[in-house]
Design a protein around this ligand. Structure first.
Ligand code: FRU
Length: 489
């Protein structure tokens, strides 16, 4: 067995670097048939350190090929989070006939005796992201007020025909615009007194989505990650707003007056979306870092530390008059499925017996049940270990209970039960549970409620089971697929 395969906690279908530390996804861009995934990387250590951009790319969002370091620190500072775009019209003048990639990142500079300074910089690549040149005119955007001034996400705003940048500024976001990615003009600031402020704002994103696919009901979605603060057990997490955006200002909808979380679990952070997905595809695709700043540097690890979530598709949906942001695993993941079990109308006992006969560590479990019933799947069971994924009908919640999931001693707040509120449709609850060697991601009610959690079970803890409140409980359907991504022949 190769060293890579032997590592207990390396996911079989989740991206992790071959070696060393990884945090946020960066520079997500689709170009020339490849989904690029750059990421915050410390190639010299197993904990956060001087930040580089690592690089991987995929043709199908399932298999990832890792390349060398894309951007490395220099005498001006280290490379924090940011985005990448295709400069189709050569607005920058960096390219000739063929379009190329431009990365917009934060340079973090720490000089002795002075506070750190964060500025925004450009780098460009004419060889599909394999090699990069830092722009000689860097930085392109600086500020003398904000200590935290980072994580630029840039997109082409069709209506005003110019670039827009959304940037985290302390505990708000600022919006800038530019004709050429080099000269930036301040547009507006958003967030004061709105949303959750128990931590620094980081890694924002802003994009339009059609509610229920109806272009006449397009809203803008703003994602904002909020950093860890010891006062809150949840640690770092992601909130979202919906509203209007005219190229200058974001005006929130009434629904956005209350805080809305993207994920009820503890391990989905710094998620942002891919740029330049072709219009004929039209999806809004995201990926997030599957960890939490509360304990990210302490998780059990061997050779590498850090994983991404499964790639997800976002959708805005009207559920009983409330517009919510749903997340669904990308359909490409279905290609990695190897069917193991399919049951229709199984009683609790039948389903329990079929599940108890299985031993799996990396799989997708898909189940449907009538709304109003409480039931729970146990995954990664073995010895005294189990991770419980269930529906609590009384509380109308889906939950992941990782109190007995495996290693937890590395942080006193790791153990716990994490929930997301359910809004069932059509009297049914559907669950898609993605289990891997060190994670559980639960998508309930077609992605309306999501819980993403790391777990650290023993490699031998591969059992499954089902529990339900009543003897007469039946599942409408149950399928289990081993997730065994094989490279295309
Ligand atoms: C979010 C973050 C960003 C920053 C990067 C540094 O996890 O703190 O705000 O750019 O990580 O690695």
């Amino acid at each position: 067995m190769s060293t890579v395969a032997k590592q207990n906690y390396r996911g079989r279908y989740h991206y992790s670097p071959k070696e060393k530390w990884m945090n946020d996804p960066n520079g997500l861009v689709y170009f020339a048939g490849e989904y690029h995934l750059f990421y915050q990387h410390h190639p010299g250590g197993m904990t956060w350190g001087p930040m580089h951009w690592g690089h991987a790319a995929s043709k199908d969002l399932v298999h990832w090929e890792e390349f060398g370091i894309a951007l490395a620190p220099d005498e001006n500072g280290t490379i924090f989070s940011g985005s990448a775009v295709v400069d189709w019209r050569n607005t920058t003048g960096f390219f000739g006939e063929e379009p190329g990639l431009v990365a917009i990142y934060t340079r973090h500079c720490e000089a002795e005796g002075t506070p750190p300074v964060q500025t925004q910089c450009l780098a460009f690549s004419a060889d599909k992201g394999r090699t990069w040149t830092k722009y000689e005119g860097n930085p392109v955007l600086a500020h003398d007020v904000y200590a935290d001034f980072r994580d630029p996400k840039v997109f082409w705003h069709v209506e005003t025909r110019r670039w827009v940048m959304i940037l985290a500024c302390g505990q708000t976001v600022c919006l800038y615009h530019s004709p050429d990615l080099k000269a930036w003009t301040f547009g507006s600031e958003f967030g004061d007194g709105l949303g959750f402020h128990g931590g620094v704002w980081e890694c924002p994103d802003l994009f339009p989505l059609a509610v229920d696919g109806d272009p006449a009901r397009t809203r803008w979605v703003m994602l904002v990650s909020v950093g860890d603060d010891p006062a809150f057990p949840e640690g770092s997490r992601m909130q979202y707003f919906t509203g209007d955006f005219d190229g200058i200002s974001f005006v929130p909808d009434a629904d956005s007056k209350e805080v809305r979380w993207l994920d009820g679990g503890r391990d989905h952070y710094a998620g942002v979306s891919w740029s330049d997905i072709p219009p004929e595809d039209g999806r809004r695709l995201t990926i997030g870092w599957m960890s939490n700043w509360k304990y990210a540097n302490l998780t059990p690890a061997d050779m590498f530390r850090g994983a991404m979530t499964v790639p997800r598709e976002l959708a805005l949906e009207d559920r009983d008059g409330v517009v919510i942001l749903a997340q669904r695993p990308v359909r490409e993941l279905e290609r990695a499925r190897v069917p193991v079990l399919t049951l229709a109308g199984a009683t609790r006992r039948e389903a329990e017996a079929a599940l108890q006969a299985l031993r799996l560590d990396s799989y997708e479990l898909v189940a449907e049940a009538e709304a109003g019933r409480s039931f729970a799947f146990k995954v990664r069971m073995g010895g005294d270990q189990e991770t419980v994924v269930g529906v609590d009908a009384d509380r109308e919640e889906v939950y992941v209970d990782r109190t007995r999931s495996g290693k937890h001693e590395f942080h006193e707040q790791f153990r716990g039960v994490h929930t997301a509120a359910l809004r069932p449709r059509g009297g049914r609850i559907d669950l898609r549970i993605f289990v891997d060697r060190a994670s559980v991601e639960v998508f309930a009610c077609e992605g309306q409620a999501v819980v993403t959690d790391l777990i650290f079970p023993d490699p031998e803890s591969t059992g499954l089971s089902l529990e339900a409140d009543d003897e007469d409980f039946r599942l409408i359907s149950l399928s289990v697929f081993e997730m065994a991504p094989r490279l295309p022949e």
